[in-house]
Design a protein around this ligand. Structure first.
Ligand SMILES: Cc1ncc(COP(=O)(O)O)c(C=O)c1O
Length: 419
């Protein structure tokens, strides 16, 4: 045990990103492994939000829009374009991932460029699947197929490709699966889809901020994703929508809100859709919620996404090896792909007592915050900007102790509303 702790401390000393941890609010005696659900609060965000509330809202009032707010929204979009290597005016922020997904899937359907058929898979996030099925019901024409790989861990790419080939249309996939962390070969699948008269809408939620995503090089046409996980934008911080310029021309926003108008403040009677990506805006942007996104994205840009991804892979491999050595013999199962090239930045494990083990982890001298996903998944999220190798080692040892000493028996099987 001591050997592992010493080794992890050495790895932390040599970590080039180690100084980023102090940019965040870190609770004492707590190891936070839930950045894949809600990232930590950057210190600067706390200061910036206070300033926006007290000075900009408090003093500037309505003048805030012209003084800085509208410009700030555009600036954050530009920073996301830089992070994902998109062109100018290809990304907007403002709605939730679910709303953007609804807008863009409906709009692709209405464009009649693609067959009215949706494909997704059993690794995708439930909200994405609800939206697809909801659109099929609403429009009463489109069909959908949820490809079932009979595995919650890995996609079967042959099955997926055959499904696209046999019934082309609009495909929706989460680049990193929320359960197992499986990551798809983005470019290969985009090219396959395009050569079969299909298009993939990527949900980047679990990848943004930890996976190096190049929207141009991967030939991506549409993507959405949230900012509150590894981008540390805060609870419910708005999502982004990316649409490649060439495609945008043929798409209309199904919601004609005034912020999608070419000149919202003309208050014209007729709706004149914006020429660019802003046509997918709907209403007034949430300034208080968008403000911290900029700080989170700045930190990722400063650290460099390639360095973050490299550390994530190294930590993920380190954690997997500890799991195999110390936890599998105690009845845990690895619920993520074995090869780190097929994983995003979290590792899922399971145990017959997963829920009570999660409860147990959160108590004691060092509290460890994992993420639980029913029916059995304990997700351990690695946020390279603030997760250390020592955090991972201590987590594995605490998990082992909880099971060896049956500490979980002290906790009830009941679960709260948010897990
Ligand atoms: C992969 C994925 N897609 C979509 C969503 C839903 O995002 P939102 O709440 O912004 O609609 C989530 C939420 O966690 C998610 O993990």
């Amino acid at each position: 045990m001591n050997t592992e702790i010493k080794l992890s401390q050495k790895l932390d000393q040599n970590d080039q990103l180690k100084n980023f941890k102090k940019e965040f609010i870190n609770n004492n005696n707590e190891i936070y492994l839930d950045g894949n659900s809600l990232g930590k609060l950057p210190i600067l965000s706390k200061i910036k939000i206070k300033n926006v509330v007290e000075n900009e809202w408090g003093n500037s009032l309505i003048r805030g829009w012209n003084d800085s707010w509208l410009e700030m929204v555009d600036r954050v979009s530009c920073k996301l374009e830089k992070l994902f290597n998109a062109s100018k005016n290809e990304i907007i922020i403002g709605e939730s991932t679910s709303v953007y997904l609804y807008q863009v899937l409906s709009s692709l359907l209405n464009s009649n460029k693609y067959k009215h058929h949706f494909i997704s898979d059993n690794l995708n996030f439930p909200s994405d699947l609800y939206i697809i099925n909801g659109i099929c019901k609403e429009k009463k024409g489109p069909t959908s197929v949820i490809v079932d790989y009979e595995s919650d861990i890995e996609a079967n790419l042959e099955m997926l490709k055959n499904s696209i080939k046999n019934k082309p249309g609009i495909i929706c996939l989460s680049l990193v699966s929320y359960k197992s962390s499986w990551i798809y070969p983005m470019k290969e699948l985009n090219n396959w889809a395009l050569s079969h008269n299909s298009i993939i809408v990527w949900d980047l939620s679990h990848a943004a901020g930890v996976v190096h995503i190049d929207l141009k090089k991967t030939n991506t046409h549409v993507a959405v994703g949230c900012t509150y996980k590894f981008l540390n934008g805060g609870p419910g911080s708005p999502a982004y929508l990316y649409i490649k310029t060439d495609l945008l021309k043929s798409l209309q926003n199904p919601i004609n809100g005034w912020f999608g108008h070419s000149n919202p403040f003309s208050f014209s009677e007729d709706f004149d859709q914006d020429k660019g990506i802003k046509r997918f805006s709907n209403g007034t942007p949430s300034i208080l919620s968008i403000t911290p996104i900029e700080i989170g994205v700045d930190l990722v840009l400063k650290a460099g996404i390639k360095s973050i991804e490299a550390k994530s892979k190294k930590q993920s491999e380190y954690l997997k090896n500890l799991i195999i050595k110390f936890l599998i013999p105690l009845g845990f199962k690895l619920e993520s792909p074995v090869n780190c090239l097929n994983r995003g930045s979290h590792i899922s494990i399971s145990h017959s007592e997963s829920w009570r083990i999660c409860k147990s982890l959160q108590t004691g001298t060092i509290k460890i915050i994992p993420d639980y996903r029913p029916p059995k998944y304990i997700r351990l999220g690695i946020s390279p900007l603030y997760t250390s190798f020592e955090d991972l080692t201590k987590t594995v040892f605490k998990l082992a102790e909880i099971v060896k000493n049956k500490e979980y028996l002290k906790y009830s099987k009941e679960r709260p509303r948010v897990t």
